[in-house]
Design a protein around this ligand. Structure first.
Ligand code: FES
Length: 141
């Protein structure tokens, strides 16, 4: 399966240059795909659209002290993208992920919604890791 990043903050279209790697554990088999260098992650997060076959996955990364977290860029309230403004995912204080449409706020470390119309729901978390200074995610199969 070919994966291609079709948009990101400062590049309209680049080919995913990283070869798929496989990771196994006792329960799942994940295919990780490189998105960017860790040092290129802005504190406010960074969004990507990744084509996989005929599907496009909108995802975003937020850097934290414990390493980056990754979520699908979709609000559980209505399914729209979360971006406060393009490429801005956090509230003004940088404490929560915030949905631009109706202001729902989500904890950064686990995506749990603490306020707003989808309180108690959560963002869809995506497995993420850093390998050789590059941030990799595993899209659902
Ligand atoms: S669409 Fe996100 S809070 Fe309504």
């Amino acid at each position: 399966m070919t994966y291609t990043i079709i948009s990101q903050a400062d590049t309209a279209k680049i080919a995913l240059e990283y070869t798929q790697t496989m990771h196994s554990n006792s329960h799942t088999r994940l295919e990780f795909h490189s998105l960017c260098r860790l040092q290129d992650l802005d504190p406010g997060g960074r969004g990507f659209e990744v084509r996989r076959g005929d599907q496009i996955h909108a995802v975003f990364l937020i850097p934290t002290a414990e390493g980056p977290v990754a979520y699908r860029n979709r609000c559980p309230h209505t399914g729209v993208n979360l971006d406060w403004v393009p490429e801005r995912f956090l509230d003004r204080c940088g404490e929560f992920i915030q949905c631009a449409t109706h202001g729902a706020r989500f904890r950064i470390h686990d995506g749990f919604c603490v306020s707003g119309p989808c309180q108690g729901d959560a963002l869809e978390s995506i497995p993420v890791r850093v390998t050789g200074g590059r941030v990799e995610i595993a899209l659902p199969t």
